[in-house]
Design a protein around this ligand. Structure first.
Ligand code: ADP
Length: 753
C-alpha cells in the first residue's frame, strides 16, 4: 500500500526539527516508516513539535527519541544522530541520575525533578549541567504505555551563577580580622574548598621578605606531597617548569595555564576523575602600592567550559581574596601598633618607677644630714651659710615631692598598688595633716578653718593614700587662692565620710572642669600663687579615692572659688580582704596622738611656704626659726647691693645697668640675685603681667624671664614687649629648665633675643 503525501499533513511546521523528522528515513529505525506510526505517536509528536518549550519523546520498546527545536541545543554535538536514537543510549553518561526516573515512568509513575546535576557528553567531554525535568507515561491505542513524555529545561547557567556568588559571599563574610596573614590564607582556602566544582584546586602562596621565594600557605584539592604544590617556589628559577609566578608578577595580571599535564604530569583533584588541565594564576597585591605579596592558583574544572562567566568569576575571586588579605594585614598592623604602644607605655612606667626610686635614696640621704645641719645652733652656722642650706633643704623636699608623685602615679598606672587599709580615727588624722598648712596659709593673710572631729563610725583607709589626698587638695586650694578663706571639713553622712575642701580662689571654668582630673591636665594662665605643677595631683587623688571605693566631685565658680568633695564608704566591706590590716583602732589612736610628720607632708608644706610673697624669708624646717636676709623680692637698691669687701666702688660710680627678672620660683630668684647683684641693679617680679607694669615704670635695660609663670607666661610677656614701639628695643632673655636645641629654636621663633 503506497502512502500519499497527503498522509503527512499532520507533520507540518515544527521548525528545524520538523524538517529533520520529515526528511529522516524512519524505516531504518524501530519506529518504522512515518506512514505506519499509530495515531497516539502522531498526536504526541505533533504536540511536541508545536511546543516552544523543550520536549523530547522516547517511544516504543527501543525508546526511540524524537525532540523539538527547544530541546535541540541540549543535544549539543549529539545532533543529528541523536534524533531517532535510543534515549537511554543517547544519555548514557547521565543514566545514573536519569535512569531511575525513566524506569519509574515506564511503570506509569510520573516524576518531576528540579535543578538536577548531571554530566552530559554532548560537547566532546563530560560537562557539568543542571536540569529541571519530568518523565510522564503516554498511553497508546491499546491502553499500554507506548512511550514517555519528557519536557526539560536547562538551568546550568543559573545554578553556576548562584554557586559562584555563594562562594564570593562566603569569602566576604568569613571571619578574618583576628588572624595572622598565614592563618588568613589557610582560612580562605578552607572557605573556597566548599566549592570544588568550580575550584577543584586552590593554592595560596605568600612571598617571603626577599620577594623571591613564595611559601605555600593554603592548599585545597590535593592530598599529600605533589609536584604541583611545592612548599616553596623560587620565582625566577622555577618559572619555566612550574607555575608561571614570575611571569604573572612582571605582567601584573592573572594568567591562564593550559598545559598543566606538560608541567606537572597528571594531577588529580576532587571532585572529577579527570586529570586537571587548566588553572588561573592571579596576584595578591598590597592595596595602595600594588606591591606583589603572593599568588593564588585556582584550578579550572575539567567539566565546565572556560567561558566568559567562568573567567569573570575567577577575576572576582581574585579581587575578593586580595581585599581579604589586605584587610587582615591592616588589622594585624593596627594590632601590632597597639601592642608596641602598650609595650612602650609599660617600659615608660617601669622606667619612671625605677628612676624615681633611684632618686629617692640619694634625696633621703641629702635630707637627713641637711635637717641635722639646720637644727644646729646659730653659733655653729653663720646666717649666710644657713640660708644656703635652707635652699638646699627646700629644694630637696620639692624634688622628693615630685619623685613621690611620679612613683605613686606609675604604680597606679601599672596596677601595682598594694594598699594597707586600717581602721583609723580619720578626724584626728585629717586635722593633723591640715594643721601643717596653717602657718603658710595664715601668713598669706587667708582665713583657715579646719573642722574635723572624731567620727562615730569606723573608717578604713590607707594612711599614705589619705595623706596624699588631703595634702594635694589643700595645697591646690592654697596655690589657687590669693584672698579670702580656705575651709577643711570632715563629717559623717549616713554611710559615708565626707571631706570638703573649699576655697575662695580663682575657680575653674565650666569648660575646664571636666578635664582637671585627667592626668597631666593643667589650666593655662591661671591666676595663682605659682605656676609650678605637673598636672598629676588631681588624677592621682581621683585614683586613690577610687581605691577606697569612694568618689570625688568639684563645684566651682570662676572668680568665686571651688569646693572639692570627697566621699568614702564607712567600714571595710567594699575593700579587698587581703589588704585590710587587723591592727586595732585603739593601738592606732596612740600613734596618731603623737603625729609623725612624714617627709611627704613636709614637702607639701614647704612648697606652700615657697609660694608666699616673702616665701624664701621663712624658716625652712619645722622648729628652726632661721631668719635669712632675703627681703629682696621687690628690688635691690644700688646702695644696699654693695658687699662688705668694698670692691664695688668702681661700679657705684658708673651707673649700673638695670635688669628686670621675672620668675615665680623664689629659690631661682635668690640664686640669680647672688649672681647679678654686684654688677647690676635688679628688679624682681613673679609673673608676666607684673613684669609689663615694671617695664613701663622702671625702663630696664634687659629683661630676663622664666617661661612658665602664673597669670601671664613668658611668651605672652615677650609678645607684649615686642609689639610695643616703646619697649621693642629692650632685649629679652628666656630662662627655662627645658634644655636643648628645640626649646632654644622655639624661643628664637617667638622673638626672644
Ligand atoms: P597641678 O596643680 O600640678 O597643675 P592638679 O592635677 O593638682 O595639677 O590640678 C589640675 C588643674 O586643676 C590645675 O592646673 C588647676 O588649673 C586646677 N585646679 C586644681 N585645684 C584647683 C583649685 N582649688 N582652684 C582652682 N583650680 C584648681
Amino acid at each position: 500500500m503506497k502512502k500519499t503525501k497527503d498522509d503527512l499533513r499532520w507533520l507540518t511546521g515544527g521548525g528545524e526539527m520538523g524538517k529533520t523528522i520529515r526528511s529522516k528515513d524512519w524505516s531504518e529505525t524501530p519506529l518504522g516508516p512515518i506512514e505506519s506510526w499509530p495515531q497516539s505517536l502522531r498526536t504526541t509528536v505533533s504536540l511536541c513539535l508545536a511546543s516552544s518549550f523543550p520536549i523530547s519523546i522516547a517511544w516504543g520498546k527501543e525508546h526511540t527519541q524524537i525532540y523539538n527545536d527547544g530541546y535541540w541545543p541540549i543535544c549539543g554535538k549529539k545532533h543529528p544522530p541523536s534524533m531517532g536514537q535510543n534515549f537511554s543510549e543517547c544519555w548514557e553518561a547521565a543514566w545514573p541520575v536519569l535512569g531511575p526516573y525513566f524506569e519509574r515512568a515506564l511503570k506509569g509513575e510520573t516524576s518531576f525533578v528540579e535543578n538536577q546535576r548531571m554530566f552530559l557528553d554532548r560537547n566532546g567531554y563530560l560537562e557539568e549541567t543542571f536540569f529541571t525535568f519530568s518523565f510522564s507515561p503516554i498511553q497508546d491505542e491499546s491502553g499500554e504505555i507506548g512511550g514517555l513524555f519528557h519536557p526539560v529545561t536547562e538551568t546550568t547557567a543559573n545554578m553556576l551563577n548562584e554557586r559562584r556568588l555563594r562562594t564570593l559571599r562566603d569569602l566576604a563574610t568569613m571571619a578574618r580580622e583576628e588572624k595572622e596573614e598565614k592563618e588568613t590564607c589557610a582560612l580562605i582556602t578552607e572557605t573556597l574548598s566548599a566549592n570544588p566544582f568550580d575550584l577543584p584546586l586552590i593554592l595560596v602562596y605568600l612571598l617571603d621578605e626577599s620577594g623571591e621565594t613564595a611559601q605555600l600557605c593554603g592548599i585545597a584539592g590535593l592530598e599529600g606531597a605533589n609536584p604541583a604544590a611545592p612548599q616553596e617556589i623560587h620565582l625566577k628559577k622555577d618559572s619555566n617548569s612550574g607555575w608561571p609566578l614570575e611571569e604573572a608578577r612582571t605582567s601584573k595580571k592573572g594568567i591562564y595555564v593550559d598545559d598543566i599535564e606538560k608541567r606537572f604530569g597528571n594531577i588529580f583533584c576532587r571532585p572529577n576523575p579527570e586529570s586537571l588541565q587548566k588553572a588561573f594564576v592571579s596576584l595578591i597585591t598590597e592595596s595602595g602600592n600594588e606591591n606583589c605579596l603572593g599568588f593564588v592558583i585556582a584550578g579550572i574544572s575539567t567539566r565546565l567550559p572556560l567561558n566568559e562567566s567562568y573567567q569573570r568569576f575567577n577575576e572576582m575571586l581574585s579581587t575578593a581574596i586580595n581585599s581579604t588579605i589586605n584587610e587582615s594585614r591592616a588589622y594585624q598592623r593596627e594590632r601590632k601598633r597597639a601592642e608596641d604602644l602598650a609595650q612602650i607605655d609599660k617600659a615608660k612606667n617601669t622606667f619612671f618607677t625605677n628612676v624615681s626610686h633611684e632618686f629617692r635614696t640619694p634625696l633621703t640621704l641629702i635630707l637627713g644630714p641637711v635637717e641635722n645641719l639646720l637644727s644646729q645652733t646659730r653659733e655653729v652656722l653663720s646666717a649666710s651659710v644657713k640660708t644656703e642650706i635652707e635652699i638646699i633643704y627646700r629644694n630637696s623636699l620639692r624634688l622628693l615631692k615630685l619623685v613621690n608623685s611620679l612613683i605613686d602615679f606609675s604604680r597606679l598606672e601599672s596596677g601595682r598598688v598594694e594598699a594597707n587599709y586600717q581602721s583609723t580615727e580619720i578626724g584626728t588624722m585629717t586635722t593633723n595633716l591640715a594643721s601643717g598648712f596653717r602657718s603658710a596659709i595664715e601668713r598669706s593673710g587667708l582665713k583657715y578653718t579646719v573642722d574635723a572631729n572624731p567620727l562615730p563610725s569606723e573608717v578604713y583607709i590607707d594612711h599614705t593614700m589619705w595623706e596624699n589626698i588631703v595634702l594635694n587638695l589643700i595645697s591646690n586650694a592654697f596655690k589657687y587662692t590669693t584672698k579670702g578663706e580656705i575651709k577643711v571639713a570632715l563629717r559623717q553622712e549616713e554611710t559615708e565620710v565626707v571631706l570638703t575642701i573649699s576655697d575662695t580662689g580663682t575657680g575653674i571654668s565650666e569648660t575646664e572642669l571636666p578635664k582637671i582630673f585627667q592626668r597631666f591636665y593643667r589650666v593655662k594662665d591661671l591666676e595663682g600663687r605659682a605656676f609650678e605643677g605637673t598636672g598629676i595631683g588631681l588624677a592621682l587623688v581621683k585614683e586613690l579615692i577610687k581605691l577606697h571605693g569612694g568618689m570625688i566631685d568639684v563645684s566651682s565658680t570662676v572668680g568665686k572659688g571651688s569646693i572639692f568633695t570627697v566621699k568614702i564608704p564607712l567600714g571595710f566591706n567594699h575593700l579587698p580582704e587581703d589588704q585590710i590590716s587587723k591592727t586595732k583602732l585603739n593601738q592606732r589612736i596612740e600613734t596618731l596622738a603623737k603625729p609623725r610628720i612624714t617627709n611627704r607632708a613636709k614637702a607639701f608644706v614647704q612648697e606652700a611656704l615657697r609660694w608666699l610673697p616673702e616665701g624664701a624669708n621663712l624658716s625652712a624646717s619645722p622648729g628652726v626659726s632661721g631668719q635669712a636676709d632675703l627681703s629682696l623680692l621687690q628690688r635691690n637698691q644700688p646702695s644696699t647691693s654693695s658687699d662688705a669687701s668694698g670692691n664695688d666702688s668702681l661700679t657705684t660710680k658708673i651707673k649700673k645697668k638695670r635688669i628686670l627678672l621675672a620668675d615665680d620660683n623664689v629659690d631661682m630668684t635668690i640664686y640669680l640675685k647672688k649672681l647679678l647683684e654686684k654688677n647690676y641693679e635688679l628688679i624682681f617680679v613673679t609673673n608676666g603681667k607684673l613684669a609689663l607694669e615694671a617695664i613701663r615704670s622702671e625702663r630696664p635695660d634687659l629683661v630676663v624671664s622664666d617661661i612658665m609663670m602664673p597669670v601671664m607666661d613668658g611668651y605672652g610677656l615677650l609678645k607684649e614687649i615686642k609689639n610695643n614701639k616703646a619697649t621693642v628695643n629692650i632685649p629679652v632673655i628666656f630662662l627655662t629648665a627645658r634644655a636643648g636645641e628645640e626649646s632654644r629654636i622655639e624661643g628664637w621663633e617667638t622673638g626672644a633675643d
